[in-house]
Design a binder for this molecule. Structure first.
Ligand code: ZN
Length: 146
């Protein structure tokens, strides 16, 4: 039970209930969709990139608390970063979510560190990140966690 309580921290519950940047960017420069068949999480990610900087980022979709909170927290962190910085954060997040190791200052993302103990939930947490990474690199095909 302790582990589960650690997993569903208040910040995760808050982001699930009130997701940030949960909207469509009409003039998005990049979009990508992702699907996690294991849990049923669906996400469409919108990016507005100008001069190698993520000026705006948003998402739509439905899914479990972890997938939604992860996407919501991601948008708040990626917004305003350069594409290079966003890629670096993606790498850091990927290490943390698969090993529980945090490298550098993870900020709000640290609340998701406990997810690595639940392999099924890892797929929920990484979905939005892989989708974002694919959108950044112009891969518009459906991202799947399988
Ligand atoms: Zn899920």
């Amino acid at each position: 039970m302790d582990d589960l309580r650690e997993l569903y921290q208040q910040l995760i519950l808050d982001h699930n209930q009130h997701p940030q940047n949960f909207r469509v960017i009409e003039d998005a420069t990049d979009t990508a969709s992702g699907h996690n068949p294991l849990c049923g999480d669906e996400i469409t990610l919108y990016l507005y990139v100008e001069n190698e900087e993520v000026k705006d980022v948003s998402f739509q979709g439905s899914g479990c608390a972890i997938s939604k909170a992860s996407a919501s927290i991601m948008t708040t962190i990626i917004k305003g970063k350069t594409v290079k910085e966003a890629e670096g954060i993606f790498d850091q997040f990927h290490i943390m979510i698969t090993t529980g190791e945090t490298t550098g200052d993870m900020g709000k993302l640290a609340v998701l560190a406990g997810v690595h103990k639940f392999p099924v939930r890892v797929k929920c947490a990484v979905l939005s990140w892989h989708t974002m990474n694919n959108a950044l690199h112009g891969h518009n095909e459906l991202t799947t966690t399988e």
